[in-house]
Design a protein around this ligand. Structure first.
Ligand code: AMP
Ligand code: TRP
Length: 322
């Protein structure tokens, strides 16, 4: 049977963190054998917030390096830059013309920006249409993401259905793939880990950064002997990710009492360092050969664009543009 297609991307807007990795990116690696995988760097989407061209360029190549460092294999996964497939912008325009303002006004990202009194540019408002185009232009069956992107995949399905209803069958309805245990990884302050909240632990953190981050994890004031909560506890939730071998023992000591937060943090620092060091070293090696990384993106971009062009020619025909 032909492999199903998987599409996902990450915005180049800051350092990748453990929320990105455990929520979304580790799925990219785990699924690259069983799917026809297409993973991109969402640089058009980053333009909704990033106005510095040098920063955007640097962060774009940085994400490509991150992808390689976590184990994406360019022989198996098509790695590319979103803007190397400009057809998505054309498709997003077509979607704009069949989507209403009230419908898009219900998107969380837009509502959050309004609630925070942020300036909302048209690109931010229209963000879900471009994302729908990224997914639908490649006929994706599956979209691995974290919980915060679930609504965007639902909007994508709605948009595909609406197009199919108006113009006849054209698009596959994609499914989101969300890992329930890590759908929302908390930040060191207990809120959702996010590049924009200043509460992240970088995936490629140095040993010092790991120590500083873990030491700033917010805990309650229970003493060593007191029983402690495992559910809803940020520190413990990181043990679930990094202390797998010792987890039953740590969990028992939390429940019964007999472990203090200081000791718990020290264990976490040790385990996190052991997990991150090899990733960081691989990342450092990859960064030595920027030309190779650029070449991988170029080649991936050509192949992704080729597929998108073919799909776009059917779409143009269907709506009456050709
Ligand atoms: P972004 O950095 O917004 O481009 O996000 C890239 C991917 O990481 C998306 O699939 C997000 O859903 C996922 N993600 C971001 N933050 C978290 C988090 N705190 N927990 C789980 N997944 C996340
Ligand atoms: N909106 C996604 C994020 O912020 C990035 C993204 C853009 C994406 N287009 C996509 C993810 C298509 C999956 C599929 O994380």
């Amino acid at each position: 049977m032909a492999k199903k297609t998987l599409v996902s991307g990450v915005k180049p807007t800051g350092r990748i963190h453990i929320g990105n990795y455990f929520g979304a990116m580790r799925q990219f690696v785990a699924l690259q054998d069983s799917y026809h995988a297409m993973i991109f760097i969402a640089d058009y989407h980053a333009l909704t917030t990033e106005r510095n061209p040098k920063t955007l360029r640097e962060q774009t190549i940085a994400i490509a390096m991150d992808y390689l460092a976590i184990g994406l294999n360019p022989e198996k996964t098509l790695l590319f830059k979103q803007s190397d497939v400009p057809e998505v912008v054309e498709l997003a325009w077509i979607f704009n013309c069949i989507t209403t303002m009230p419908y898009l006004s219900r998107a969380h990202a837009y509502k959050d920006a309004l609630a925070k009194d942020k300036e909302v540019n048209v690109g931010l408002f229209d963000y879900p249409m471009l994302m729908a185009a990224d997914i639908l232009i490649q006929d994706a069956d599956a979209v691995p993401v974290g919980q915060d992107q679930k609504q965007h995949v639902e909007i994508t399905r709605d948009t595909a259905e609406k197009f199919n209803r108006i113009y006849g069958d054209m698009f596959t309805l994609p499914e989101h793939l969300i890992l329930s245990e890590t759908e929302t990884v908390p930040g060191i302050d207990g809120k959702k880990m996010s590049k924009s909240y200043g509460n992240i632990i970088p995936l490629f953190a140095s040993d010092d950064e790991i120590e500083q981050s873990v030491m700033s994890i917010v805990t309650d004031s229970k003493g060593v002997g007191e029983p402690k909560n495992t559910e809803g506890d940020t520190l413990f939730s990181y043990h679930r990710l990094f202390s797998t071998g010792e987890l039953p023992e740590i969990e028992r000591r939390y429940r019964e009492g007999g472990i203090g937060y200081k000791e718990s943090k020290e264990m976490l620092i040790k385990n996190m360092r052991a997990f991150i060091a090899p990733l960081r070293e691989r990342r450092e090696d990859i960064a030595k050969d920027t030309a190779r990384v650029t070449a991988i993106l170029e080649k991936g971009g050509e192949r992704a664009r080729e597929r998108a062009r073919k799909k776009m020619s059917f779409i143009r025909e269907r709506v009456g543009l050709s």
